[in-house]
Design a protein around this ligand. Structure first.
Ligand SMILES: Cc1cc2nc3c(=O)[nH]c(=O)nc-3n(C[C@H](O)[C@H](O)[C@H](O)COP(=O)(O)OP(=O)(O)OC[C@H]3O[C@@H](n4cnc5c(N)ncnc54)[C@H](O)[C@@H]3O)c2cc1C
Length: 468
């Protein structure tokens, strides 16, 4: 078995850091300070927010406080799918009407272009390739879901999405047993760490103060408290996503869900010729416990999925290490999709956490009475969404401080959404583990007993988790 755990680099934050290097850390906070806006967390959400606020109002004194180094979290570990999916859109359609949800979807489509345009304009070289997103079906039940998904997306105004049969799918990527796929142009592959490092450098060059190795232990109105001092500011923006549970009073706000990835060694030209994938689309599937993958700029496959989904008590990090069983499971998906790659070595494996709200809906909020804001709960679709959230936080702060009025972004239905907290343990752990165990059983059943009906088990799991 070529993925054998001993030959795999496990952790080290992520493969992307092995590829591009762990950055030298910036100075921590050195005593009490004041600012106009303090941002907690130096991932995409925090850094994009600093970027857009500073661009809009260069006089603002903005401070970013990061517990380790910018990009330590999911922004330095993700699959590099910059795409137009947003968690909770259907629920927002139910709460605010179809038209509002269509506006949200349109904003997400535009966000993909926004990220590509701004990174280009700022000289951030992040291996961006706009090849769209290809999602494949490999069983009759997945094909039925794929067709329904395709119709559903069209109904949100995505007229340029296409539906392919087996042959057209193989012309793009030769996934074993693929019977169909859907492709959207609203997606690009990128190198997550190059993006986050580039963003941190750009915001610093604009005059934003960035302190690293500075964990915030408590956020209160107008205060961000750290062991090195307290930063006081009229606006305190929480951009900590999957790590939010570690903040005082936030234990049950967003559940830290794990996602794990592997990266192969670089494939040979012959191996690429056997697979295709010339368009560098990001690749996903229609399994209940879905996978996601990209062809990296240096010719590897980076592939992710759900390993152990959640650690008891909302524990988060071990610098990206993942379980040997998860490496094996991801390797099994790789070779099931591409049997010709059975001998290819897995070079690296890692994991990270993403934030899941109780109703699985991403949100962006500014509480006008306290000046506290937050954005996240992206449920694994945060690479583009963080940018939309950041521009929205900019508009909300500007609106509140009288520098601007309502905008198209502040009127989007995910703004100021309220959600209840997760259950206490052990119910959180039981619920999430039960859900993913059920998804995996449903996927197995659909593979072993092909039929066009989605396994009923998956619906039970959805209800169990409060997803639908
Ligand atoms: C393995 C994996 C694969 C993924 N793949 C994709 C993908 O392909 N496409 C996609 O759209 N999304 C993907 N996601 C999700 C996406 O990466 C995230 O939604 C996004 O990066 C969130 O950005 P963020 O800035 O909100 O959070 P993060 O990037 O997690 O940043 C939060 C930051 O806050 C810091 N922090 C936390 N607590 C504190 C504190 N108390 N004090 C100071 N600092 C603190 C952390 O160190 C971290 O740097 C993936 C996630 C994972 C884990």
């Amino acid at each position: 078995m070529s993925s054998s755990a001993s030959s795999v680099v496990n952790g080290g934050i992520s493969f992307w850091y092995t590829d591009d290097g762990i950055p030298a850390v910036r100075e921590p906070l050195s005593g009490d300070a004041t600012a106009d806006v303090v941002i907690v967390g130096g991932g995409y959400t925090g850094l994009w927010t600093a970027y857009y606020l500073k661009k809009a109002a260069p006089f603002l004194r903005i401070t970013v406080l990061e517990q380790k180094f910018c990009g330590y979290g999911a922004s330095g570990r993700n699959g590099g799918w910059l795409y137009n999916g947003i968690a909770g859109r259907d629920r927002y359609a139910g709460l605010h009407g179809r038209e509002a949800a269509v506006r949200l979807q349109k904003a997400m489509n535009d966000t993909v272009t926004e990220v590509i345009t701004v990174t280009g304009a700022e000289g951030i070289e992040a291996d961006v390739h706009r090849g769209g997103v290809l999602e494949v079906a490999t069983t009759p039940a997945q094909l039925a879901r794929l067709k329904a998904f395709h119709e559903h997306e069209l109904s949100y105004g995505e007229k340029d999405r296409e539906l392919y049969g087996a042959r057209e799918t193989a012309e793009r990527i030769r996934v074993a047993d693929a019977v169909g796929s859907t492709w959207t142009p609203h997606g690009a592959r990128l190198h997550p760490v190059k993006l986050v490092k580039g963003l941190a450098a750009v915001v610093e060059s604009l005059g934003v103060t960035v302190h690293e190795c500075t964990p915030v232990t408590e956020i209160r109105p107008r205060h961000a408290v750290t062991p090195y001092g307290t930063v006081r500011a009229p606006y305190v923006l929480r951009c900590t996503e999957g790590f939010t549970a570690s903040l005082k009073g936030q234990k049950r706000t967003w559940l830290p869900m794990n996602s794990s990835m592997i990266a192969t060694e670089p494939l040979t030209d012959d191996q690429w010729a056997a697979i295709g994938w010339d368009g560098r689309e990001t690749l996903g599937d229609m399994a209940h416990a879905y996978m996601y993958a990209q062809r990296t700029a240096d010719g590897r496959i980076a592939l992710g999925g759900r390993g152990v989904p959640y650690r008891f008590g909302s524990r988060t990090d071990n610098d990206g290490r993942t379980q040997p069983a998860t490496i094996e499971a991801l390797h099994e998906i790789l070779t099931r999709f591409f049997p010709a790659l059975a001998g290819v070595r897995v070079a690296h494996a890692w994991s990270g956490v993403l934030g899941v709200p109780r109703d699985w809906c991403a949100t962006v909020t500014l509480d006008r009475s306290t000046g506290l804001g937050w954005a996240g709960g992206y449920v694994g679709s945060g690479v583009a969404t963080a940018n939309l959230a950041a521009r929205t936080l900019r508009d909300l702060v500007q609106q509140d401080s009288g520098q601007a009025g309502r905008t198209e972004l502040t009127d989007l239905p995910w703004v100021d959404h309220k959600v209840r907290k997760w259950e206490p343990e052990p119910f959180r752990w039981l619920g999430v583990h039960g859900m993913y165990a059920t998804y995996r059983t449903a996927d197995r059943r659909e593979r072993l007993h092909p039929g066009t009906e989605s396994s009923r088990l998956a619906k039970v799991a959805d209800r169990l988790a409060g997803r639908h």
